[in-house]
Design a protein around this ligand. Sequence first.
Ligand code: CS2
Length: 486
Amino acid sequence: MTTGAHWIEASGEAIGQEVFIVHDETGWERTEAPATVRIVHLGLGAFARAHLLWYTQRANELSDPADRWGVAAFTGRSAAAAAPLRAQDGRYTLLVRSARLDEAEVVDALVSVHDGADGDAWRGYLRRTEVGVVSLTVTEAGYRRDADGGLDLSDADVVGDLERDAVDSTTAPGRLVDGLRARRDAGAGQIAVVSCDNLPDNGAVLRRVTLEMASAVDESLADWIAQNVSFVSTMVDRITPATTDTDRAITFVLTGRSDRAPVVTEPFSEWVLQGDFPAGRPAWYRVGAQFVDDLEPYERRKLWLLNAGHTLLAYRGAQRGCTTVAEAFADPVCRAEVEELWSEAAEVLPLPTETALAALRERFSNPRIEHRLAQIGRDGSQKLPVRILAVAQARAAAGLPVGKAGAGVVADWILHLQDHDVTTSDPHAVALAERLRGQGSATAARSALDVLAPGLARKDVYARHVAEQLVLRTRPHHRTLSGARP
Ligand code: CS2
């Protein structure tokens, strides 16, 4: 079946080759027996395939066959991701894209792919003693937290899971409870659960919602989980844009194989973990993962520099007509505001920032990574608190001015909510978007802060900054943060 025709670019120049991809689903046979499943992963998106699976793949390559860890992955929100990967026996191409070229490698560590709704398969894996790790990439919104960080009991899917006593759950906390109950009942022993989403202390976040879900179902199960499950916190980093048809065509040119599920990622990657693995883990440390006693400085630096910069560019860049991170980062106004945001964060970060910032400037400038601003702009209600407002909080605690660049991002988010239909993209922002309609800048600023950071120190001052930025941005010839006209 012919699925597309594309002009391919290499090193930024068109090489003028028209490519027709013929999906014949051949060439994916394994030459070696797959590794035994010892990791069960929830959330089969591109990020997990560029990060956790790639680390596992490389650790396996350095390990004896008996010490290799195979991964069984379950789809999160969309069951559709399973079919193309299943047709390729879980194998796929990772295109590592630098500013100059693409390099293709095949990842074999994914040995089994399942529809997230397959509760029998999920529980089946959790019953196996050799399965020692459950990992998750379910996005910030997937943790189903309320404003206080507890399980959101007003979430319809959470309510649905509780009504079924978490059997065949649909939410991440519910699925964990369902799987861990099967493990306890089978006497399969202790296990590590590893969150790989961009939330501070993501292990503790996951532990809390899981225990709250478990308590609501069976108090003794909650006790068992508290004693037998290690919730590992991690900082994960690798920019992974959504795959395009052109990427599929490039994969075909580079590998001669038609791949329905390639993943594009940047050369940079980082993984820092804190916590115990009572049932073992792959030799991730041999391929660059760091195990530390205190993760907080690393996760702060990443969230407050990379992710905060992304969030600024997502809204401000879109306002200024850009569509990708590289375009927005090349825009002088956005660039100045990101640099200002980074300075505000750097003053309250516990680790050095120069090397990280130098790397970020290069990473954000990579013109061949088409990282869509719209992809990053999703779920702002979950992202702004940990990327932007946490910095304001830290600055206030350190006796510093709360920071105008951060306030500018809140203003941009408000404008985004006023201009877009957020009904499906960010459930937590729906009520706010409704309220913001027709509100003046001062009221809008306060309403947004009530949602993003109800307990923010020096909230009045911060709200004033947000309101000022709103006014500046909505004036016909609006001025920039530094006062210069764009
Ligand atoms: C991005 C992240 O979509 C987003 O919100 O900021 O996915 C970012 O690309 C990764 O955290 C990079 O490690």
